[in-house]
Write a protein that binds this ligand. Structure first.
Ligand code: PMV
Length: 359
């Protein structure tokens, strides 16, 4: 498979007007992607849990109108959001080769997130996935063929990657892999694929309670952060480490080995943040309360033998991961010991999700 396989044949005639509406989830990486090359290609393989409650809903309205420019407006919860438009413009420029109809339409992109804007949860993965799925529905309508679901999903993920790398892991679920790896069949640098093997029951319905520590208006955007991995003194070792963690994770997911799972997931979170702290310029996204939470998690695990663990995204919020069988005790611990470190005691009790839905 290569990029050129996503270029369509010439369209016979275009749809006139209409709309498509998709809901797409956020995801949390277990083995992290940090560092890219070429056009949004990953320097190592990553694997993520698809979430259930954290999602973006996007409605794409389209009307036939030929132009030499891209014509679109973005609305967040009904209000024009000009701040999002440069990112969408860059996305349209990157994907035009693969969706050559873009300049034949005027678009209104209506988007809303299930999580508050101030939560510090990035909407780029769910947002780019939802928009890519809407655009694929339009291409499918134009082609008037019975596009196979797997072709539809693969191209949606391929497009989403060009919007925001980790978005290509938000087009399916409950586990997604992005980046070619010998241990994961059909894995690719060009798109995310659903994890192709069976997974031990320990991981079914896995919980992710997201503790909202800080609204995290990012001091450093993720594209700047990825770029700091060029010429980073530890980058090469980091990429090798992540790829070897993917190999280990495949065995862990099959065997249900929770202690080994915890070790990889926490180590990956800390390696991601260690890369940030050792970049030039260096930066720290964790807050004192993130560290308080991590220490309490370690203490609780030592005291009780619980299987809860933490992971982090590019921010201060802490994702607390735990098996469904430990729901009650873990949630009581979260309420009594961890919520005090969240802004206004806010959290989102989420779990593994199955992927996007057309509305
Ligand atoms: O998708 P981007 O370019 O915003 O990169 C985000 C990468 C992390 O969220 C920090 C890690 C990951 O693999 O999701």
């Amino acid at each position: 498979m290569s990029e050129s396989s996503f270029i369509p044949e010439t369209y016979k005639d275009l749809a006139e007007e209409g709309n498509f509406h998709w809901q797409a989830p956020s995801n949390i990486a277990l083995v992290k992607y940090w560092g890219k090359h070429g056009e949004q290609l990953p320097r190592n393989t990553s694997i993520s849990f698809t979430l259930n409650k954290c999602f973006t809903e996007t409605k794409l309205q389209f009307e036939r109108k030929d132009s030499s420019n891209f014509q679109f407006e973005v609305f967040l919860e009904g209000k024009r959001e000009k701040a999002f438009e440069p990112k969408i413009l860059q996305f349209f420029k990157r994907i035009e080769t693969y969706l050559p109809f873009l300049k034949n339409y005027q678009f209104a992109i209506h988007t809303a997130n299930s999580f508050p804007h101030s939560s510090g949860i990035a909407s780029s993965a769910s947002g780019m996935s939802a928009l890519s799925l809407c655009l694929m529905s339009l291409e499918k309508a134009i082609l008037k063929n019975d596009m196979d679901d797997s072709i539809f999903n693969r191209k949606a993920s391929f497009l989403a990657r060009l919007g925001s790398g980790s978005a290509c892991r938000s087009t399916g679920g409950p586990l997604m892999v992005w980046g070619e790896h010998p241990a994961v069949k059909n894995s690719s640098d060009l798109l995310g694929v659903e994890y192709p093997y069976s997974v031990h029951k320990n991981f079914s319905n896995y919980r992710d309670c997201i503790l909202l520590v800080d609204k995290g208006e990012k001091q450093v955007s993720s594209s700047v952060g990825h770029n700091l991995m060029h010429n980073h003194p530890y980058a090469q070792k980091r990429f090798e480490f992540a790829n070897s963690n993917i190999g280990r994770m495949v065995n862990i997911l099959a065997d249900g080995d929770l202690p080994a799972f915890i070790e990889i997931v926490e180590s990956e979170a800390l390696q991601l943040h260690a890369m940030m702290m050792t970049s030039l310029p260096y930066f720290i996204l964790m807050k004192p309360n993130s560290l308080e939470i991590i220490n309490r998690i370690w203490q609780f695990r030592q005291d009780t033998g619980s299987s809860l663990c933490f992971t982090l995204d590019a921010g201060a919020n802490v994702h607390v991961l735990y098996p469904e069988s430990e729901e009650e005790t873990t949630f009581n611990f979260i309420k009594s010991e961890l919520l005090q470190f969240c802004r206004n005691r806010e959290y989102i009790a989420d779990r593994l999700g199955a992927g996007p839905v057309q509305l």
